[in-house]
Design a protein around this ligand. Structure first.
Ligand code: 5GP
Ligand code: MN
Length: 348
């Protein structure tokens, strides 16, 4: 019988966090650029708890949260640094405590990095990406945990603060746990996840509604783009176990692409037997391509992204970018396929 959530942080860290939170009045919580369910969920969940404790807490995201997350009733309370740089800068300068959630490197917050670098507040990093480089007073880094949201819950649990979670905060945490595990279909074998879910559901999370909002709600443009990409733009390289989907700027315009419309598209080819690696390239600007990669098994797409596409991420889900044309990015990918890099080649 598995029925106890074990501590994730030691007693000394518990005491330091209690002291930092106890004396803080103004708290900023921030996460990575293009925030996903985990970034928003962990930030909003923690923010709700801190507010319930009487703190002045604000979530600042480097840029806009995606449309699938706009269903959060209090999503408008987020300060989007790219839209309100002065407010974001002022709040960060005035803060006496800053939480950095779901990122390991200041490059992941884009232009908001400058405000963070200048801040004088204590910084607490809570993250599940490998090898954090963010300078922090307290670093809580657990790459073995499937979501930062689950990690935030575990930290709140160790601090005996989970009773501050309202249905809204619990829903935020649940959303991050759900999105970073594909609705508990990968990285989801840790039994403690289900103790957390049980507690969150008991605190008022309608998990079925969260699933519907996040995974089962699409705009017309999203449905059309995904259908088009799957039927016309999917290329398979069976001998390499690899798939590629590309969408050019022209195609995105034609389908009236909106941010979020291509989310999860990269997962689709992995459902084909024999395909263990999927690459999606989206030409956001004429000379800038955003790259998303996914894999099954032990092929490390984070290494591919680090080495060839200036990015990184997790073993099975990573991303990067190409500062050049889409044709160039595709040519680079084809070189790697021809060179036997995918999927089990030269991956030391
Ligand atoms: P997605 O493909 O959903 O955009 O990103 C999947 C994961 O890859 C993210 O959770 C993040 O860890 C990582 N990632 C995506 N884009 C980048 C990037 O440009 N740089 C780095 N270092 N990691 C990225
Ligand atoms: Mn995450």
């Amino acid at each position: 019988m598995y029925n106890t959530l074990l501590p994730i942080i030691d007693k000394e860290t518990v005491a330091r966090l209690h002291a930092l939170i106890g004396r803080a009045e103004k708290i900023v919580i921030t996460c990575h650029v293009s925030p996903d369910g985990d970034a928003i969920g962990s930030s909003m969940g923690l923010c709700q708890v801190l507010k319930a404790m009487g703190k002045q807490a604000t979530v600042i995201t480097p840029d806009m949260p995606p449309r699938q997350l706009q269903f959060f009733p209090n999503i408008k309370s987020i300060v989007v640094a790219s839209c309100h740089p002065h407010t974001a800068r002022r709040l960060t300068a005035e803060a006496d405590l800053i939480f950095c959630l779901d990122f390991n490197d200041l490059r992941r917050v884009d232009k908001f990095a400058d405000a963070l670098k200048q801040a004088t507040a204590d910084v607490v990093l809570i993250d599940h990406h490998l090898d954090p480089t963010v300078k922090a007073t307290v670093t809580i880094s657990h790459p073995e945990i499937s979501s930062t949201s689950a990690l935030v819950y575990r930290v709140l649990h160790d601090l005996t603060l989970t009773d501050f979670l309202s249905p809204l905060g619990a829903t935020a945490i649940y959303t991050g746990m759900m999105t970073d595990t594909g609705n508990f279909s990968y990285n989801s074998l840790d039994p403690s996840l289900y103790l957390i879910v049980a507690d969150l559901v008991s605190r008022g999370v309608d998990k079925d509604a969260v699933y519907r909002e996040v995974f089962n709600t699409s705009s017309l443009s999203r449905v059309r783009i995904q259908g088009y990409a799957a039927s016309r733009k999917l290329e398979l390289f069976p001998e390499a176990g690899t798939a590629l989907i590309t969408l050019s700027r022209r195609e995105l315009d034609e389908f009236e692409y909106e941010k979020g419309d291509t989310e999860t598209l990269v997962n689709l080819p992995l459902s084909i037997p024999g395909i263990v690696c999927s690459v999606f390239m989206r030409q956001d600007e004429d000379d800038y391509v955003k790259i998303s990669t996914r894999s099954k098994g032990d092929f490390p797409v984070n290494k591919v992204c680090e080495r060839y596409f200036g990015g990184g991420g997790h073993l099975n889900a990573a991303g990067g970018e190409w500062n050049g044309t889409l044709d160039e990015a595709v040519a680079r990918f084809l070189e790697l396929v021809k060179g036997g890099y995918f999927p089990w080649g030269n991956k030391e």
